[in-house]
Design a protein around this ligand. Structure first.
Ligand SMILES: Cc1cc2nc3c(=O)[nH]c(=O)nc-3n(C[C@H](O)[C@H](O)[C@H](O)COP(=O)(O)OP(=O)(O)OC[C@H]3O[C@@H](n4cnc5c(N)ncnc54)[C@H](O)[C@@H]3O)c2cc1C
Length: 224
């Protein structure tokens, strides 16, 4: 696999456990919104690699990384600083985005929102006229990612951002899991993109099928 070096040009702390890392690769990476790259690192003499979705529109490379307790690569990335160099390869993946003719929903938990940070700017750039809904699951309010960006999207298209919190009793918005909101808010005549850890993705896919969503219009990416 051909690898290239990429300079870390910025690190932003989104929440206490999630960081957005901006990279400048030595040569351009031409990708489609929804695709991911490999990041490589040496772990005790063994070269290991992990996949990370590109969380930026084409032309830019940002990664949105959750610092997993005890995790090798995620902690490497969360400790990275501006001026460091990473070894990367890509792009890869078939979870790519086609602008829908009707409405579209994006469903994520945690850093599963990363590929949507590539897809959503594409919609605003293209003057999309349908409605885009993001249903985002997290435990607590401080885990809500990209609030400012979501406000910007709502200024530029018909857009609704629905955070759903499972462990925030005083939260005035939606509580519980993304599945509750899917049942309440989504109608089966829309395209759906789902991304996150495998149990959530499997559960949401089953729910969408039961609710009569067209399988061909449901797209998904599993993180593990
Ligand atoms: C296509 C694809 C895209 C991905 N995109 C992203 C992304 O944009 N952002 C991102 O943060 N991750 C993403 N991942 C997950 C990422 O590749 C790693 O698996 C993750 O960062 C953990 O790697 P690690 O080396 O730190 O942990 P490891 O050392 O591999 O694992 C340590 C332990 O943590 C557990 N674990 C791993 N991931 C998680 C998790 N998310 N939550 C809780 N426990 C976990 C493992 O089961 C293991 O027990 C993606 C995965 C795939 C397949």
């Amino acid at each position: 696999m051909k690898t290239i070096s990429a300079a870390v040009t910025g690190v932003r702390e989104n929440t206490p456990t999630v960081k957005t890392i901006t990279l400048k690769p030595a040569e351009p990476i031409i990708f489609k919104p929804g695709q991911w790259i490999y990041v490589f690192a040496d772990n005790g003499g063994k070269k290991v690699k992990r996949a990370y979705s590109i969380a930026a529109p084409p032309g830019e490379i940002r990664l949105c990384v959750k610092c997993v307790k005890g995790g090798f690569m995620s902690n490497r990335l969360c400790n990275t600083k501006k001026g460091d160099t990473l070894e990367i390869a890509g792009p890869f993946g078939a979870f790519t985005f086609t602008e829908p003719s009707g409405d579209v929903a994006f469903i994520a938990t945690g850093t599963g929102i990363a590929p949507f940070m590539s897809m959503l700017p594409t919609l605003t750039e293209n003057g999309y006229t349908g409605k885009a809904t993001v249903i985002f699951g997290a435990r607590t309010e401080d885990e809500i990612l990209y609030k400012d960006e979501m406000k910007e999207f709502s200024k530029r298209m018909r857009f609704e951002f629905i955070p759903v919190l499972s462990r925030e009793p005083s939260w005035k918005g939606e509580k519980g899991h993304v599945q509750n909101v899917i049942i309440k808010k989504l109608k089966p005549d829309c395209d759906v993109y789902v991304c996150g850890l495998m149990p959530m993705v499997a559960d949401v896919r089953k729910l969408l099928e039961e609710k009569g969503f067209d399988r061909k219009r449901v797209h998904f990416e599993n993180y593990i």
